[in-house]
Each structure stands twice: as C-alpha cells, then as structure tokens.
Write a protein that binds this ligand. Structure first.
Ligand SMILES: [Zn+2]
Length: 397
C-alpha cells in the first residue's frame, strides 16, 4: 500500500469509480474475448445495468464491437463482445544508437506498417525524421486514428518526459516529450527500452497472470535493465533506476562512455563482444569498426570460429556475473533477456544459468528466459506504453 502523497493527490469523484469500472470491463474483454454481457457481469461482479451502461459507451466510442451471436438453447441469443483492435492506431518507436525503427500497430501490438532509418545525431534531427515518417504512415493508412505514440529509448527519461541520460545515443538532456508532442500533435509516452520491454511482457507476453516481479535486460550497444516489481515499473529518483549496466563489475576495469571504469556493459554488451573479438577494448571503438557487427560474431561462432565461440562464452559469463546480484537483491520471478544475443541462446543460456546458480542465493528460483526476436520486443514495448494508458489501473490518491 502506498502512503498518500499529500503534495500531489487526486480525490475520488463519481467519475473515478466510473473510470475504474470501465478499465476493468475493457481489461476483462481484452483477456477473455469473446464474452457476453452476462459473463462480463459475472466476472466483474458489476450489476447488469452498470455493465450495459459501460458497454453502450465503449461501443459508441469504438473500443468494443459486438460480434456474431453465440448459439443458445433459449430464445434470446447473447451477442459476444470483442475488443476493436483496429480502432486505435499506435505509433511505436524504438530508438537505438544506430537505428531507429518505427511501426504502426493496433491495440494487439500487430504491426501494419514499419520502417527504419539511421538514428540522427541530434534530438532535433530525430524529431524531424519522425515527423516525416508519421505523416507518411498517416497518408498510407488514413482510416486509422492514432491514439498515441510510444517511444522506447536507449536512455532514461524523468517523469516530465525529459531525456536525462543517454550515453549510447550521445544526446544531451532535452525535453523530448515536449518536442515530440509539438511535432506530431498526439500524446507521447517515453520510456527506457528495457522498462518498455518489461511492460510488453506484462501486456503481450505469455507470462502467467501471477507474475508481478519481472526484470527485463536488453543487451545491445549497452546493457539496460527494466524493473517491474509489485506489478509496477520502478523509476527511482529522477527516472534513473535500472542503470545496472553502469554498475562497476570489475575494479579498475575497462573504461566506459559514462566516464567510469569496469561497468557491466563493458563486458556483457554487443559492442563489448565485437571489440573483444577484434582484440580491442570497447571504448576504443573507431568508426570503421561498424563493418563488423555482433550478428557476424554469432554467425562466425555457428561456423565453428574458435575466437567467436570464446567471445560468446566470455560474454555469457559476464551476463551471468551481472545478473546474479540483481536476482539475489531483487528476487524477480522472471528475467527476460532481449537482444541479438537470444539468437545464440543455446550456447549462451546454459553458461548464464550456471554462473547465476553459482553466485546467487539458492532460495531464489528465478526463471531466465530469452525473448523471441521475431516479436520485436523493443517496438512492442513502445506499443505497451500507450496500451497501458487505456487499460491500466488508474492512478488515484
Ligand atoms: Zn558505464
């Protein structure tokens, strides 16, 4: 239970109760569709008349449709309620240091259109490119009404949507949400990519309903961690919680872009693996190095290249070394791993499991699972940012 924040609270009105019941109804339809009004009343415990009023409104607003009648032995056939997944378009954006991917999705996180371009060097350049893409999507799919834009970032944003930390993007702090909302004229939700991936697992993943403590680890150019504890994302002071990628793992270790030494991501990231394969330190990266990618290293390992195999085994070891204290300290039910590394999970996974087992408390029985890259977890995370605003529990008091 949270203590009521006496500096920033909202009292309950009759509208509050209506909003909560509406979101419960929407969430039950989303979870159990197709279902009848009677079933919705039974599952929610709401009066039939209340259910009818809510459903009438949801149908009027286009959130819910009534499908074909189900057969019934008695005369009156109940009509089944479905979520109208095509009603709301969501612009989903995944910003990585080299590539930005943009997709247009429905409420079910299925993408109807996608594109990608090199990530611009400045936030202003990024906003400009994104505005053009949004306009192109709109002219291609004029029938879709965009409810909002979700952006998952290789960086951290604070509560006001200000980008406060993005060493891998090399962008300076900027009021990114304000810039984007002014450009695209729809509500924009920004979140760290790993946190967005954790949310995506909650909304679109196949985790059991009782999973409330979940950690997402994105392994890409850096290492990001998203913390979902007690069913809620943890943001910390100034939005900076989760920066385990910059926790010192090796005393006086390799220099990092954050200005410190020995950070986890200098040993466990894709960039670290590529540089190790090339016989260099990650911070030494030269522009020409981009010709060799982490995906190449995975391919070389599959072809039997001993140095590539050693590189992946070393990376797996360090993924485990960094995960063990996270698991011991936070006791998640699940750790989901996101990134190109999941393509080599047959090789990486057993090493990670062993290192974590050796270094964490035996009482913690956490599952470590790779996500399926085909589901595009980072982009799906951007969709989840908008979906949760319509289906999530409202923040009251
Ligand atoms: Zn660092």
């Amino acid at each position: 239970m949270r203590k009521i924040d006496l500096t920033n609270f909202q009292v309950a009105t009759s509208e509050t109760a209506r909003q909560i019941n509406r979101r419960i109804a929407l969430s039950l339809i989303r979870r159990h569709q197709p279902l009848s009004r009677a079933e919705l009343a039974r599952r929610s415990g709401l009066q039939r008349s209340t259910v009818s009023a809510i459903i009438g409104q949801l149908i009027d607003q286009g959130w819910v449709t009534e499908g074909a009648s189900a057969s019934s032995l008695r005369g009156r056939r109940p009509r089944h309620l479905h979520l109208n997944v095509e009603r709301a378009g969501i612009l989903a954006v995944d910003v990585r240091s080299e590539t930005t991917r943009v997709g247009l999705a429905g409420l079910d996180a299925r993408f109807v259109m996608q594109t990608a371009w090199p990530t611009p060097e400045t936030p202003a350049g990024f906003v400009h490119e994104l505005t053009r893409t949004a306009a192109a999507f709109k002219s291609a799919h004029g029938e879709i009404v965009c409810e909002g834009m979700g952006v998952s970032l290789a960086g951290r944003v604070d509560g006001s949507g200000r980008l406060v930390f993005a060493p891998n993007l090399r962008w300076m702090p900027v009021d990114l949400r304000e810039l984007l909302e002014a450009a695209v004229c729809i509500p924009v939700a920004l979140e760290n990519a790993a946190s967005a991936c954790a949310l995506a697992e909650l909304w679109f993943g196949h985790q059991p309903d009782d999973v409330k403590h979940l950690i997402a680890v994105t392994i890409s150019e850096g290492v990001g961690v998203g913390l979902l504890l007690n069913g809620q994302l943890v943001h910390g002071f100034g939005g900076m919680a989760g920066e385990f990628g910059h926790v010192t793992l090796v005393e006086d270790g390799l220099p990092c872009r954050c200005g410190r030494r020995g950070c986890w991501e200098q040993y466990a990231s894709n960039r670290a693996a590529v540089q190790y394969y090339l016989g260099r330190q990650a911070a030494d990266e030269a522009p020409g190095d981009r010709s060799l990618t982490f995906t190449d290293v995975v391919r070389f390992a599959d072809g039997g290249d001993p140095r590539a195999i050693e590189t992946l085994e070393r990376m797996a070891h360090y993924i485990g070394v960094g995960l063990a204290p996270l698991i011991t300290g936070l006791a998640p039910q699940v750790v989901v791993v996101v990134g190109e590394v999941t393509a080599a999970w047959d090789r990486i996974g057993p090493i990670v499991e062993r290192v974590v087992r050796e270094r964490s408390l035996p009482a913690v029985d956490t599952r470590i699972v790779p996500t399926d890259a085909a589901t595009q977890p980072r982009l799906r995370g951007a969709v989840a940012l908008v979906v949760q605003q319509h289906f999530g529990a409202p923040n009251v008091a």
